[in-house]
Design a protein around this ligand. Structure first.
Ligand code: BES
Ligand code: MN
Ligand code: ZN
Length: 497
């Protein structure tokens, strides 16, 4: 997709779609005003008839107005001019994007950055959301379907008018948003891929492909023998029951010449979580192909960094394994030794995410990171606590937690801070090893985080439990690409601070 931020809108283009964001007071500015005049007061008539009233969430697509069939005009409601805020804008962008993608238009055009004023939302922030929503709505997953032509969307270009003063900043932010959408698409595709295709080795090959595609990008893949060498007994205990060998994937984006400490992102890459010997019930078990969505978000972020080439150093680590039951699988009761030397009694083989992550966290220490953030579909308890709207954030470094929460608010990819006091640590006590891998039936998301904290130790560390937000179920079943927007916003703020 091509993105043009310009001071002047082009002359009418063929195969275009014009977007007009309108309040409910029927006062029209900019392009909408011109459009209303050219069409003999059509907008006013629509308001009067009640066909379109500018209500928030409302949209109307008008076809065939200019004596042509290949120009469309979409009206999107913003509700009350006085009450409009960030959420109003997010809703409107989402509505506009869906409506736009339903048309066969090749170009989307809007002057909303100059004609719409929303309290506390400057042009760059408005553009960021609109571009990201259009990018996300354009996503199609057609890897596994035989007819790849039918559901291709046709949109090739977005043109947004912007004032001269804000042009440079808006252009930069809008392009970041486009790369964010591209990164989300990468994450969604990896998440949506069938688990018989997307296994640990497949993920490793994705990393190798990305390294060849981008500047300042390298990758290193550890196989099981190398993990053995490093003493990654926790990671290997999860790999043990699968015929698909595990991989520890290290992607290195070196955007800065000077030796700035890297941010390390660690993704849970369980390409299928059957539960292992503590096997899950069969209903909805297919959705456990999404148990690598943390890893997918790391791939998405690394992809966007490759495109954007920002001045920051980021290392992405993906702990890729398949959790299966078989004769070599770990048993409940097994005691394993992690890379850190700490021993773990595996009381439930379905609590495998923390086992692959704890060795990845220990491994991350060699990069002397400024911050380590792990991203994982770690617990059903996080879904119980926060539902599908927010991820849960934990950590041992308040500034990092605050920054992640802030990035969640800015992007709409929200996260909520959870407690992690020592009282919860006791739930992990084991009679036979340094700790157990589960903490009983209460506070499951918290005890999972407490487990990881024992390995993070004095690192600046945060943990995002994305079990509720990484994918949708039901007829919209599919990966969401979250929390790629949150993470990229966090990283770009690191550069500016
Ligand atoms: N991948 C699951 C967590 C999960 C479950 C995410 C359902 C989204 C929806 C994880 O590996 C798991 O099985 N966790 C267990 C932990 C328990 C055994 C302590 C869980 O949450 O039930
Ligand atoms: Mn599990
Ligand atoms: Zn899992």
């Amino acid at each position: 997709m091509q993105l043009t931020i310009t001071n002047r809108l082009p002359k009418p283009l063929s195969n275009a779609c014009y977007l007009y964001f309108l309040f409910d007071d029927a006062k029209f500015k900019g392009q909408a005003r011109k459009f209303d005049a050219v069409q003999d007061g059509l907008l006013k008539r629509l308001y009067n008839s009640g066909d379109f009233t500018g209500k928030s969430g409302q949209a109307l697509t008008l076809h065939g107005l200019d004596g042509t069939t290949d120009t469309r005009h979409i009206l999107i409601g913003l509700g009350s001019r006085e009450q409009a805020d960030k959420n109003t804008w997010h809703t409107a962008c989402n509505t506009a994007a869906k409506q736009l993608i339903d048309t066969p238009a090749a170009v989307a055009i809007s002057d909303c950055l100059t004609s719409v004023v929303i309290n506390s939302l400057a042009a760059p922030a408005m553009a960021e959301h609109l571009v990201r929503e259009i990018g996300a709505a354009s996503y199609v997953f057609e890897w596994h379907t035989s007819d790849k032509s039918s559901n291709k969307n046709k949109l090739l270009q977005i043109i947004l008018q912007c004032s001269k003063e804000l042009l440079e900043k808006t252009d930069q932010v809008a392009h970041e948003a486009l790369s964010t959408a591209n990164g989300m698409a990468v994450a969604r595709t990896l998440g949506n891929l069938a688990p018989n295709i997307c296994n640990p080795e497949f993920l490793a090959n994705q990393a190798i492909d990305m390294a060849s595609q981008f500047d300042n990008f390298s990758t290193k893949i550890l196989d099981e023998a190398q993990m053995q060498e490093l003493g990654m007994g926790a990671m290997l205990s999860v790999c043990a029951g699968s015929d698909q060998p595990g991989r520890m994937i290290v992607m290195n984006y070196q955007g800065k010449k000077r030796s700035g400490k890297p941010v390390v992102l660690i993704g849970k890459g369980v390409t299928f979580d059957s539960g292992g010997i503590s096997i899950k019930s069969s209903s909805g078990m297919d959705e456990m192909k999404f148990d690598m969505c943390g890893a997918a978000s790391v791939f998405g972020v690394m992809y966007a960094l490759g495109e954007l080439q920002p001045a920051i150093n980021v290392i992405g680590i993906v702990a890729a394994a398949e959790n299966m039951p078989d004769g070599r699988a770990s048993r409940p009761g097994d005691v394993i030794t992690t890379m850190s030397g700490k021993t773990v009694e595996i009381l439930n083989t379905d609590a495998e995410g923390r086992l692959v992550l704890c060795d990845a966290i220990s491994y991350a220490k060699r990069f002397e990171p400024s911050v380590v953030i792990d991203i994982a579909t770690l617990t059903g308890a996080a879904v119980v606590a926060l539902g599908n709207h927010m991820s849960a954030v934990f950590g041992n470094h308040q500034a990092t937690i605050d920054a992640l929460v802030e990035s969640g608010e800015v992007t709409g990819d929200r996260t909520w801070p959870m407690p992690m006091s020592d009282q919860y640590q006791k739930q992990l006590d084991s009679n036979f090893a340094d700790m157990a891998n589960i903490g009983g039936s209460s506070a499951g998301a918290i005890t999972a985080a407490c487990f990881l904290a024992r390995f993070a130790e004095d690192l600046h560390w945060a943990h995002l439990d994305i079990a509720g937000v990484a994918w949708l179920s039901g007829d919209k079943k599919g990966a969401t690409g979250r929390p790629v927007p949150l993470l990229l916003n966090y990283l770009t703020r690191q550069i500016n601070s």
